[in-house]
Design a protein around this ligand. Sequence first.
Ligand code: GLN
Length: 506
Amino acid sequence: MNKEFVHLTAWEQAHLVRTGQISASELLAAVLEHAAETNKNTHAFVTFCEKEAKEKACETDRKLSAGEEAGPLAGVPYTAKDVFCTRNIRTTGGSRILSGWLPPYNAAAVERMEKAGAILFGKTNCDEFAMGGTGENSAWQPVPCNPYDFERTTGGSSSGSAAAVASGAGAISLGTDTGGSIREPAAFCGVVGLKPTYGRVSRWGVLAFASSMDTVGPITRSVKDAALAMNALSGFDHRDNVTAKVPVPDYAEELKRGVCGMRIGISPDLLQLTIMNEKGDFDNVPIDPEITAALEQTAALLEKAGAEIITDVPMTNTKYSVPAYFVISRIEAYSNLQRYDGLKYGRPSSQQAQDMYDLFAKSREEGFGHEVKLRILSGLFLSQKEFYEKYYRRAQRARALIRSDYDRVFDPKGEYRLDVLLTPSTPVPAFRFDRKDCDPLLIRYADQFTSPMNFAGTPGISFPAGFTASGLPIGIQAAGYDYCEDKILRAAYAVEQLMKDSRGAV
Ligand code: GLN
C-alpha cells in the first residue's frame, strides 16, 4: 500500500502529511511495511519500535486535524543508529554488553527530532560502539549489506542508517561520525551524510566513543532533507557542554542562495593517499580514478553554477590524520569504555564471579567483541606514562597541524579565502565483503579524507556524485569552516540540482 510514498524525500513526505494528502498513520504503515521487506536483504535494522511509532503517528494526525502546530517534519518516519539512547526502546550500540538495555531517556537529538514532529520507527545496526568502517564489527549478525549490491559493505559505522535511507526505509536516519562514520556509509550507499561542526549538535544521550571527535548528524536522500534535519538538530544544549550558543540559520532557506561567487578549493594533497612506509618516508598512492573523475565533474558543475574553483590548495598535514587518529581514538575509547564493567554499566556476566574484579573481567570478556577489546587494549598501552611523548603528544601535535591547514585555507583574509573545500569522501567505492576487488591498503586508509575534519572540528557533507561504470555510487565531500554548514549544504545542493540521479537505489 502507498508504495510510491516511501521513496519520496522527507520534505515531500512532510508536505503531503501537512496538506492532508496522506495521513501520518498511512505513511508510517507504508514505510514500516517497506522497511520490513527491504530489511530481509539489507539487514539495516536491529529493532523496530512499531507500537511507539504508531501511537505518535495517531497523535500527529489528531494534532493536524485539530489545526495544532505539529512541527516542520510532522509525520515523517525516521530511524536512529543504535548508539542513540531511546526511552524504553532497546539500545545496544551494536554490543552484547548492552543487550537488553532499555534507556530511561531519549538522546537530545531524538528529543529534537520528536519536537520537529518526526517519528522514530527503528534502530539501525552499526559497528560496536561505532568502531569500524563496514558494519562488520557489530555483535548483531547478519551485518548490513549495501542496497546497490548485497555482496558489498555499506561502509560504516553508521551502516544500517545509510542502508535504510538508501533503500527507502525512512527518509532520515541519525548517525554519528568520529572519523568518517556518517560520510563514508553515505558515499557507499549513494545518499547524503552530514557531519556538523563539533559543538553544533548535542551528543547528550549518545554512547561515547572518542569524545573529542564524536559528532551527531543526519543521513538523508536529498540535500534539502539534510538541511531540514539540521534545522531540527542544531543548537546549544546545556547537557553537552561543547555545544555553543552560535545562532542557527534556517539551513533550508540558505540553500536558495546558490554558489555564485563562492570560492571552492581542491587540494592535490586530498586527491591521493599519502602513506608512511617502513623507512618513515611518505609514499603517494593513487585512489580509484573514477572517484577522481567524479570530483573533477563535480567541480565543473559548481563552476558552471557560478563558483570560482581554486585547484592548488595545500592541505599538507592531513597525511598525519590516519596514524594520529589511531592513537587519539584508541586512548579516548579506552577511557570512555571503562564504565562498562557489568556493575555500574553493562550487562553482568552470568557466570559465578569470585569478587568484584572477577565480575568486571568476566562481563567484559563476554560483552565486548574482538575489535572493541583490541582498541581498549591499544588505548591502555598507548596511554602509559612512558609512551606519552612518543605517541600521544605527537598525535596531538599532528592534530594541531591539521587544524592549522583549515585555519589557513579558510582564513577570509588569507591567500585562499575558501568557502568550501571539495574532496573525495572515500578512496574507493563500496568494496566486497570478501575484499577480493580492492587493495587492502586503500581500505585501511579509508578515513584519510574524512578524519581530518574530525580533528579540525569542522563540518563536511558527503553527497552523491554519480556512479562507477559498474554502477556503484560515488560520494564527494564538501568541507567547510567552523559553523559553515550553510555553505557546504549550498554547494551540495547546487550539484544535486544539476545532476539527474541523486536519489536512492532500490
Ligand atoms: N572508521 C573509523 C573507526 O573505525 C571511524 C569510525 C567513526 O567515525 N565512528 O574508528
